[in-house]
Design a protein around this ligand. Structure first.
Ligand code: ZN
Length: 248
């Protein structure tokens, strides 16, 4: 992919309009904060932000056809995402190899549940209305998603997500989180779905400055690169096949 990756950052964009705590942290919206970082990452050619309130949620056929990797942040309005758009995103992942990075409360998005096939439920807590300490431990130091990342990432304040996380067994487990209150959580998980790759990454609660943390942003950028589509020369053919060798 010499031309570089075309990235679409999908952001629900509701909390920013209704909660002053969130708009103070992300005046242009959480999606633009992610976009601003990704724009300067080598290997990423273009970054677009799409939001729920845009026509077709910003995910027109043209946008989908020109996206190599999409990130997804949603929380309070998962049910407002049109099923027809979800089906198109799913098709882009499974049949065309578009990478998908699902962030934080995107665990309950239609697209993630659709690709996982499970409830994706989990435990959660916003201790004292603010949060508690989280340590994300790298459990696969050879994985490309942790290239340049230290053995652990500490967040002084985070919303707790705890096991059991009702997901299919990840193909690759990259991070496991520990929380001050005692819970643990599979906070960085990879799956293959058809031609596509999916990475779930937990941090990103909207009332905390998580997406101002350079290490967290770097993990997301690495995730985008890992999830990039591979192009099979000549395409992948299915169906009835003639033998390649002479068989008698
Ligand atoms: Zn949250």
């Amino acid at each position: 992919m010499s031309e570089g990756l075309r990235v679409t950052i999908w952001n629900e964009g509701v909390h920013e309009k209704t909660n002053p705590k969130v708009s103070a942290l992300y005046p242009k919206g959480l999606g633009h904060q992610l976009a601003q970082y990704m724009e300067q990452v080598p290997g990423i050619a273009s970054v677009r932000v799409a939001e729920l309130d845009d026509p077709e949620h910003g995910l027109t056929d043209e946008v989908l056809e020109n996206t190599d990797v999409m990130t997804w942040w949603g929380h309070t309005a998962h049910d407002r995402v049109d099923d027809a758009i979800v089906a198109k995103v799913q098709e882009r992942v499974v049949q065309h190899g578009m990478g998908l990075i699902v962030l934080h409360s995107g665990h309950h998005s239609k697209i993630f549940k659709n690709l996982m096939g499970t409830s994706c439920d989990l435990k959660w807590r916003e201790y004292n209305d603010t949060g508690e300490k989280e340590r994300l431990w790298v459990v696969d130091p050879a994985h490309p998603i942790v290239d340049g990342i230290p053995e652990k990432i500490e967040l002084e304040l985070a919303e707790m997500y705890g096991e059991h996380f009702d997901i299919p067994q990840p193909d690759q487990q990259v991070f496991i989180s520990w929380f001050q209150g005692g819970e643990v959580f599979r906070s960085g998980c990879c799956w293959h779905r058809g031609l596509g790759k999916v990475f779930y990454f937990r941090p990103g609660h909207e009332t905390l400055p998580i997406y101002h943390n350079e290490t967290i942003l770097k993990v997301i950028a690495n995730g985008i690169k890992w999830a990039a589509p591979t192009r099979v020369a000549g395409g992948i053919f299915r169906g009835n096949a003639e033998p390649l060798e002479k068989m008698e």
